[in-house]
Design a protein around this ligand. Structure first.
Ligand SMILES: *[C@@H]1O[C@H](CO)[C@@H](O)[C@H](O)[C@H]1NC(C)=O
Length: 166
């Protein structure tokens, strides 16, 4: 093949490729297609158990600090966190667990005294970029194609120095 043939061959492939990338699915096919694509192309993540009552109770657990250090790192951390369930109907997977810091400062324990929240430090979420498949409407206005999108997901919290001291 000379260079001209290669070019022509390449140009012919482009429409096929874009067409395959943006394949349209109707509502009943969409879910399975997304699962198939996720399984074959994108590694899936371990989901953390989320608290049953995960909505309101999100205070810094200084008063509840047990005598014995708790089992989980998220509870033992000086910037403790919990996992909440996030749901996005137009994304696949459409729900995942995300870390939420419980304190704005960090838990400070000095000389074995009762823990306090120190605002000389900040609890800061640690994020990970994950690929989801987002449902986008096709030109026909009825079917959908699956577009890979990157979403930053908080996976835990870390304790940092405060940006400024008040
Ligand atoms: C979706 O598409 C499949 C295959 O093209 C077809 O068999 C099915 O009937 C369609 N379902 C709906 C609700 O349009």
């Amino acid at each position: 093949m000379d260079i001209k043939q290669i070019l022509i061959f390449g140009l012919c492939l482009v429409p096929v490729w874009t067409c395959r990338m943006n394949r349209c699915y109707n509502v009943s096919e969409l879910h399975q297609a997304a699962e198939r694509k996720l399984r074959s192309h994108y590694p899936q993540h371990h989901e953390f158990p989320t608290a049953a009552l995960s909505n309101s109770l999100a205070s810094c657990p200084v008063s509840l600090f047990p005598q014995q250090p708790p089992q989980h790192v998220r509870d033992r951390s000086l910037s403790p966190w919990r996992y909440v369930r996030v749901t996005k109907e137009d994304h696949f997977p459409s729900s995942y667990s995300e870390a939420q810091c419980l304190c704005s400062g960090c838990v400070l324990i000095q000389n074995n005294k009762h823990p306090v929240e120190s605002h000389d430090y900040n609890s800061h979420p640690v994020t990970q970029s994950r690929v989801f498949l987002k449902r986008e409407l096709c030109d026909d206005g009825r079917r959908y194609y699956l577009k890979p999108v990157t979403v930053k997901v908080a996976v835990g919290c870390t304790c940092t120095r405060a940006k400024s001291y008040n």
